[in-house]
Design a protein around this ligand. Sequence first.
Ligand code: DOR
Ligand code: ZN
Ligand code: ZN
Length: 421
Amino acid sequence: MKLLIKNGTLVTPQGEIRADLLINDGKIAAIGALSESGCKIIDASGKHVLPGLIDIHVHLREPGYEGKEDIKSGSEAAVKGGVTQVCCMPNTNPVCDNAVVATYIKARAKEVNLCKIHPIGAITKGEQGETLADIGKMKSAGVVALSDDGKSVMNSYIMRLAMEYANSFGLKCLCHCEDANLVDGGVVNEGYNSTLTGLKGSLRAAEDIMISREIALSESLDIPVHICHVSTYSGVEIIRSAKARGVKVTAETCPHYFILTDDVIADYDTFTKVNPPLRERRDVEEIIRGLQDGTLDCIVTDHAPHALKDKQTEYNLAASGISGIETSLALSYTYLVKTGKLTLCGLAEKMCSAPAKILGLEGGELREGAPADIVIADLEKSYTIDGNAFVSKGKNTPFNGYKVNGVVEYTIVDGEIKYCK
Ligand code: DOR
Ligand code: ZN
Ligand code: ZN
């Protein structure tokens, strides 16, 4: 089927251009002033046409934690958020540390048939940090990266082996950076607000030490590494200087780290609990600078849906994580583009082309011949975030009541409309 998107503003690496875009056979067939007969037409006047977002850090929870999310609800949430490709973390039950689970996820994703889903395999068996997972077999089953997300591989020798072994299969390690011993049960950033609330704090150093270790291994071994969800100003500085030396390090951050400070923990709202924790104003400011100067390559959600019962308990016991996949485009547009911190094309790089490049995925740019993974959005339209209106099973957002701009109107995957407002 042919689809013609008329009169939109296309967000391309060359800049924003007013043009039509023709989709044929699942691919972007042409861009320009087009008139075609016999195809479905979408009028995108006043709207923006962007590459589908590529979110390389998502928790879909299936298998095992379907009370929090499953591949179907997570996919529905993704396409509502304008996300056309998702890489899902392996901290499921059982853990995705073998080819069987990876194969299951791919098969289920195909049945659901909404967005493209790429499993990430665990680095170590059961994410226990002791024995390497079945990396070669998982690669054959289609995992696109490795991670023990949720924690760091604490044994540096095991991490060295993991990087070398992963690299021999062309896979990158995506590193959750928190030194578990130093975190020592901390649930918020250690500082003024942890003192104020009496909640146990976790130092920036817990994150920075592990960022430094991963960079040291990457540099010594000359193997690429990717740093997950950077939350500290000092972590940004460590990555910046490593990049200046030519270390093959890439890094991501999330909307909650460039928008929120730990002031929001003051009323003990467990929706603000996340690992690594929300930090302070200077961190937020440096993370934005890191996005601007390329130290931070991409924006991901770390979409971490939880059942309400896992959040409706005291702060220390509550599950960590933020349900973010439905709000990432609007939050990023509102807080980075509308404020003049990034251009819209710059944002598309952070959310589409850079993540594709980091993991070697197809897509992420609007150009002829590319897969027709496309979002049409009304970026000026405003709405108020309401977690209870999420299609994700995870209603856990700290952004309830935030007024944002950016409404996804259509999400198209391989030329098929998978979401329409
Ligand atoms: O807050 C978090 N939640 N951080 C993680 O690293 C894991 C995630 C989860 O799985 O819920
Ligand atoms: Zn993590
Ligand atoms: Zn995560």
